[in-house]
Design a protein around this ligand. Structure first.
Ligand code: NAD
Length: 363
């Protein structure tokens, strides 16, 4: 397949203009475009610019509402409950995180429950935002209305790919940014495998009879033979990662970010799509009576980094390293993009009356 290297700045401007044409405010359009480009630069292509086409469709269908602000449901002491009213997820989550950071600066801690947000994208972004303000954070996210994952021991979809993130600021070095989906593989990776790309591990999915399989048809059924494979069409499911432990984390996301925030946990019948996010934001200075926090973090991460690598491992990494390395490489050399994704973005630009040229985007 032809792959291009794309200029991230030109691409961000194009996506921003598409979102503006779709009715987003200037701040929403820039926030969402920058978020998507940064996710792609960080190596999370499944949550990056490939989403441009889907967001355009979702806005057209009314699944997400541009130009929609947060509503405060509860604001008491360290607690904040916010309703996103099905608006543009990345913008809402950035605002919610900013409000949480301000609260944590005052009280030492904030617990922010965000419900009914459109797709909030790569949740490590909010851990990074908190770290940039010197805050540690824990984020649980649920994806209501997106039944894809069978918990440990089941052959039925009961959860979304519900991600978790943890951010720990490192005043003397690079921040610790852990951010992963609780499914064994992302849905995007199943799609890649189903369309001729890298095969999945043979236990990544479970079929309708409860047998473990690596065959993406368990997820997509016969829609895999069409131009738009639909993960709702298969009788099987993605499996939760980490056996009973990772699966327990997926259920915790449904309960904390779904039931507790008011976003709603997944049900047997898929409801309206919406991300729920429970963020716990802590000012490390609150507990730092010895003034040791920064040194402890830096020393510990150095300790892990300097460990001898296991067989087959080139370099020991800690969470956040891979994304930073990819960001540096892709920012310098351009964002790798398969031709169908570039064609999709150009077609969306044309459909929204946005001027965009292939020559301007390719590096
Ligand atoms: P992944 O499997 O690539 O794991 C990423 C995490 O593992 C990062 O913290 C990374 O730094 C760390 N990591 C990677 N290689 C490492 C190594 N060699 N050593 C140590 N640590 C390493 O991520 P994923 O599960 O595919 O998730 C992709 C993205 O999808 C995430 O950003 C997630 O937030 C996002 N997501 C969003 C939603 C949503 O509804 N908004 C749903 C699911 C996933």
């Amino acid at each position: 397949m032809i792959e291009h290297r794309i200029d991230p700045i030109a691409l961000s401007t194009t996506i921003e203009h598409i979102l503006l044409a779709d009715g987003c405010t200037a701040d929403e359009a820039k926030t969402v475009a920058d978020h998507l480009v940064l996710a792609s630069l960080s190596g999370h292509d499944s949550h990056g610019v490939i989403r441009t086409m889907r967001y355009h469709l979702w806005i057209e269908e009314g699944t997400i509402n541009p130009a929609t602000a947060l509503t405060t449901v509860l604001d008491t002491g360290p607690l904040l409950q916010l309703d996103g009213n099905d608006g543009m997820g990345q913008w809402l989550a950035r605002e919610a995180t900013a409000q949480g950071i301000n609260k944590a600066k005052e009280t030492g801690i904030a617990i922010v429950a965000l419900r009914r947000a459109g797709h909030i994208g790569r949740i490590g972004m909010y851990a990074e935002q908190a770290c940039a303000a010197g805050m540690a954070s824990i984020q649980f996210c649920n994806v209501n209305g997106s039944l894809l994952v069978a918990p440990f021991g089941t052959a039925r979809r009961c959860a979304g790919t519900d991600p978790v993130a943890v951010g720990i600021p490192n005043p003397d070095g690079e921040d610790f940014i852990l951010d992963f989906a609780t499914s064994l593989v992302a849905e995007g990776k199943a799609l890649v495998a189903g369309t001729g790309g890298k095969p999945l591990p043979d236990d990544a999915l479970v079929d309708a009879d409860g047998r473990l399989t690596g065959d993406p048809r368990a997820l997509y059924g016969d829609s895999l033979d069409t131009a738009n494979p639909d993960p709702r069409e298969g009788a099987g499911a993605l499996r939760a990662m980490g056996d009973h432990k990772g699966s327990g984390l997926a259920l915790a996301c449904e309960l904390l970010a779904g039931a507790l925030t008011g976003n709603g946990a997944n049900k047997a019948v898929e409801g309206r799509f919406g991300n729920g996010l429970l963020s716990i934001i802590i000012d490390p200075q609150t507990f730092d009576d010895k003034g040791s926090f920064g040194r402890e973090v830096a020393d510990y991460l150095d300790f892990v980094h300097s460990s001898p690598p296991a067989v087959g491992v080139e370099k020991v990494l800690v969470p956040g390293d891979r994304e930073r390395a990819l960001r540096a490489e892709r920012s310098a050399n351009g964002l790798p993009m398969p031709e169908p994704v570039l064609a999709g973005i150009l077609a969306t630009a044309e459909a929204t009356g946005v001027k965009a040229s292939r020559d301007n985007l390719i590096k």
